[in-house]
Design a protein around this ligand. Structure first.
Ligand SMILES: Nc1ncnc2c1ncn2[C@@H]1O[C@H](COP(=O)(O)OP(=O)(O)OP(=O)(O)O)[C@@H](O)[C@H]1O
Ligand SMILES: CC(=O)N[C@H]1[C@@H]2OC[C@@H](O2)[C@@H](O)[C@@H]1O[C@H](C)C(=O)O
Length: 410
């Protein structure tokens, strides 16, 4: 650290691309970085996580996926339909779409591709199997993110870092969540314990204890984020709607306590840490069961949406009660991700957290963007990768050691 901090810090730009588990589109951010992770190429240890890089968001854009692309990605979530030719083609197609999103956000920042040092692209997760799977004495856990980095690099002329998660898994980690590494650098405070709750497709929480060291950070997936809400809305409204915009449907419904209690029994909520989850658990099969329950018990569409919205808020409160409050009573929960824009969900979350003394704010309340946070994170993770600096947090993912995550296409 000391040697690295003493080096000259060259200001540079990086682009981050995120397309998450909601499959709503591509988030693209341009950031300006000054400070740590400076490209000295010396990084070998977890000391990299200690720096506080100076990062500014220069431009941000969200491009919705064309409907046909979104539909095809959903097909690929089903392993029996994700044939190798479909996956291979989508890998290239997404590479093209990511490259277009990168070029467009760079132009909107008034910059040129040659001004950008690196692109970090998360890719589209189509399968995530983070738990140890031992066969012949070998651990075969895996995760699949697609969106070809070679295509992004070829179209933009900018080195592109992709496929971050597998390096963490190769040393026994869950390969998720990865954003806490950058949250530690960007958000930690000396005097307040902060909870950073992302509500994307999946919900995930990062705990930043007051004045914490990197190894004291912990984070995990709390359960569904918007995935169940989007799933039931899409099904109930015949695909005409894909989300509960403004929480309007939920606000017109009544919570069905009986269904809520059944859903609260899901084993994931009580699993020990570290843990991560995805569409494999809270995807279409789960939604089928919810719809079957509604049909059998005569719930209105609004009641079902209200109930899964409440479940989502409850699962966040439950995670806090079980895994955080006993050791780290928090002051503030800072919510990011698309769930920030659903007032019904936020209202339920405030009902959950308020009595435990935790104030719920959204990123916008502190002058940041709920939308941009993950794209910013992948720009920064790529900045570390290209400098050969370690960029995982073993305390969070369960990895045996710090590693440099990301594969580089020049
Ligand atoms: N105005 C809105 N009203 C209600 N919900 C919204 C609104 N805008 C976004 N959302 C919700 O946020 C979701 C997108 O969130 P986000 O982009 O954070 O997810 P993601 O990055 O795909 O997921 P993850 O972080 O799990 O990978 C949408 O699918 C929708 O459910
Ligand atoms: C495998 C995968 O894509 N996981 C995502 C997903 O979406 C939210 C949550 O589940 C989190 O674990 C992760 O994404 C964020 C960007 C992360 O790694 O921090």
């Amino acid at each position: 650290m000391a040697a690295a901090s003493a080096m000259a810090r060259k200001e540079r730009y990086a682009v981050g691309l995120m397309s998450g588990t909601s499959v709503d589109g591509i988030d693209a951010a341009v950031i300006r970085i000054a400070g740590d992770a400076d490209g000295s190429g010396t990084g070998t240890g977890g000391e990299d996580a200690g720096g506080q890089p100076d990062v500014q968001l220069v431009a941000f854009a969200n491009t919705a996926f064309p409907a046909a692309v979104r539909d095809e990605i959903f097909e690929l979530f089903d392993p029996s339909r994700a044939t190798i030719d479909r996956v291979g083609r989508m890998n290239v197609r997404l590479g093209e779409l990511y490259a277009e999103a990168a070029l467009s956000v760079i132009a909107s920042a008034g910059l040129k591709p040659e001004d950008i040092a690196v692109i970090g692209s998360h890719g589209q997760t189509i399968y995530h199997a983070p738990d140890a799977f031992i066969e012949d004495g070998r651990d075969l856990r895996f995760t699949v993110q697609i969106g070809e980095g070679a295509v992004i690099a070829a179209r933009t002329g900018i080195p592109c870092v992709t496929d971050f998660r597998v390096a963490d898994m190769a040393v026994g980690g869950q390969g998720a969540p990865l954003v806490p590494f950058t949250e530690y650098g960007l958000f930690r405070e000396a005097d307040r314990t902060l909870l950073l709750q992302n509500i994307g497709g999946i919900g995930n929480i990062t705990v930043l204890p007051a004045g914490c060291a990197p190894e004291e950070v912990y984070a995990f997936d709390t359960g569904p984020g918007n995935m169940l809400i989007d799933g039931v809305v899409s099904r109930l409204y015949g695909g005409e709607r894909t989300m509960d915009v403004g929480g309007a449907i939920a606000s017109a419904g009544k919570i069905n306590r009986q269904l809520l209690e059944i859903l609260q029994d899901e084993a994931y909520y009580a699993l020990p840490l570290p843990k991560s989850t995805g569409r494999e658990l809270f995807g279409s099969v789960y939604v089928d069961e919810l719809i079957a329950y509604r049909d059998a018990h005569g719930l209105t569409a609004e009641d079902l949406v209200a109930t899964v919205t409440m479940l989502t808020a409850w699962s966040i409160g439950d995670a806090y009660r079980r895994y955080v409050q006993p050791s780290h009573a928090a002051d503030v929960m800072l919510v990011g991700g698309g769930g920030s824009y659903n007032p019904s969900l936020l209202g339920f979350l405030k009902q959950e957290m308020g009595p435990m003394g935790v104030e719920v704010l959204v990123q916008e309340d502190i002058g940041q963007s709920s939308d941009a946070k993950e794209a910013v994170a992948f720009a920064l993770l790529a900045d570390y990768a290209i400098a050969r600096r370690t960029n995982n947090l073993p305390s969070v993912t369960g990895a045996a050691r710090p590693v440099v995550m990301g594969k580089i296409s020049y």
